[in-house]
Design a protein around this ligand. Structure first.
Ligand code: PLP
Length: 467
């Protein structure tokens, strides 16, 4: 292909995606509203995209930048002298490594487990699945949506290698009682991880936040994503441990083959220097004062949004950082329909399906750039509510609902899934995938399915999407 045609096609492909800038995409991307610094980050991304973090002696540049990023994170998160940290590819990898490290530090435990609040990020369930660590899930307080200290403490067993809290939780944007949880874990000699993937670069700059970082005794590790509120391009997060001894089992060396001795600090071996260099450039450009300003803007956007929420919508919990979950208090205004209507008005909000007795919600992660569009967002919300009233709630055919309720996902065959994908509106009669404009009917069906069935159905969908 000719270079110009390639560029044209790339541009055309990208036009299908949600906007990465403008502040109206409330999940997936984070916009600082500083295109000059974004450009600098992308310059660094390109400059180091061919460099390989596999061997820090061959690429000392990457080692130097990694040390700088870890040091900046350590300072923001009040890590004590002797801390140790690693730059990873994202929040999930930071969490996977925190769980794997906690597991491997405990050779005395045969069948390791970890205690999670029910709001812990799905990445912990992935870690449980990958590493054979049983997840003991403890329901959060139904009113505050924060982890229940008494119940979490009671759930700690001989086999517990890790206890987890979020600062804040993705789904509700509230901070778990980190001090009490960490104390309970420490008293029993168990590690405690704070998942600050989304809050770690915001909370240090807000006033009146309860202690949640390394200033809390008993916190042994913290994860913070730079590709969220550090506004770096995708592929970069930091995992910090209180000391080097705690980090030790994270490292992997293999000399048991005839090639180079493999020596890794993360799950990746060859790893691009691009995201690391981009994060280095972007964090230096914004600086701590810049981030303080950006955090205040994202926080202001959040507060203005919640204060302006039109009836019959309300925030599920009062946001403690920059995330909001919104529910409808009127059964005639279906939040799943509101989400569709918002998207049609260029406001990309995210569906959170009903869970554990709580209704479906609409999620928004506010960027600094969102502050300038809050009036528009609220206006779109008023229109979307009216439209949702007109459209009416998504109803699932009762016969279908009954059938879906009776399904055992474990025994379903591939053919069953083809049928189900059609019923769910995710495929047409020929079996080829069809994503409808309106997702509410699909989400309504997923909403009545059990979490296990949702998982199987969506995996079947992804399987076909990628075939
Ligand atoms: C985003 C997020 C993660 C997962 O991070 P990825 O970068 O998407 O892998 C984990 N925990 C929380 C609280 C998050 O917001």
């Amino acid at each position: 292909m000719k270079r110009d045609d390639i560029r044209q096609q790339l541009t055309a492909l990208q036009a299908q995606d949600v906007p990465r800038h403008g502040g109206s995409t409330f999940a997936y991307v984070y916009d600082s509203g500083r295109p000059d610094i974004d450009a600098l980050g992308l310059e660094a991304l390109a400059m180091f995209g061919e460099s390989n973090g596999l061997d820090p002696t061959a690429f000392p540049s990457l080692l130097a930048m990694e040390r700088d990023l870890v040091a900046m994170a350590a300072e923001l998160l009040n890590a004590p002298d002797g801390f140790a940290g690693t730059v990873t590819s994202g929040g999930t990898e930071s969490i996977l490594l925190a769980v794997q490290t906690a597991r491997d530090a405990r050779s005395d435990v045969d069948r390791p487990s970890m205690v999670l609040p029910s709001t812990a990020h799905a990445a912990f369930h992935k870690a449980a699945h990958y590493f054979g660590v049983r997840a003991v899930v403890v329901p959060v307080d139904p009113h505050t949506h924060r982890a229940d200290v008494t119940a979490m403490t009671a759930a700690i067993e001989q086999s517990t290698v890790l206890v987890v809290g979020s600062a804040p939780s993705y789904a509700h944007g509230v901070i778990d009682p980190i001090s009490a949880l960490a104390a309970a874990a420490a008293e029993r000699g168990v590690r405690f991880h704070v998942d600050a993937c989304i809050g770690g670069w915001v909370l240090p700059f807000l006033d009146g936040v309860r202690p949640w970082d390394f200033s809390v005794a008993g916190v042994t590790s913290v994860s913070v994503d730079l590709h969220k509120y550090a506004y770096a391009p995708k592929g970069v997060s930091v995992l910090l441990h209180r000391n080097r001894t705690l980090r030790q089992p994270q490292f992997f060396a293999c000399a048991d083959w005839p090639g180079y001795t493999m020596l890794n600090s993360t799950t990746q071996s060859t790893r691009s220097g691009g995201p690391l260099a981009a994060a280095w450039a972007v964090t230096r450009a914004h600086g701590v004062d810049g981030y303080a300003e950006l955090a205040k803007r994202a926080r202001a956007a959040t507060t203005r949004f919640v204060d302006g929420l039109p009836q019959p919508l309300e925030a599920v919990a009062s946001p403690e950082s920059t995330l909001v979950a919104v529910r409808s208090t009127d059964p005639l205004v279906d939040i799943l329909v509101v989400v569709d209507e918002m998207q049609q008005r260029g406001q990309y909000v995210q569906v959170q399906l009903p869970f554990g007795g709580d209704p479906a919600t609409m999620h928004l992660s506010m960027s600094a750039a969102s502050d300038q569009v809050i009036e528009e967002v609220l206006a779109a919300l008023v229109e979307s509510i009216d439209a949702a009233r007109d459209v009416g709630p998504s109803v699932v055919d009762p016969a279908l609902a009954g059938a879906a309720g009776a399904l055992d996902p474990a025994t379903l065959t591939d053919d069953d899934f083809d049928g189900l994908l059609q019923i769910a509106g995710l495929a047409d009669e020929s079996g080829s995938l069809a994503l409808p404009q309106r997702m509410a009917p699909v989400n309504a069906l997923l909403a009545i399915a059990s979490p296990a069935l949702r998982e199987r159905l969506l995996v079947a969908f992804l399987d076909r999407l990628t075939s």
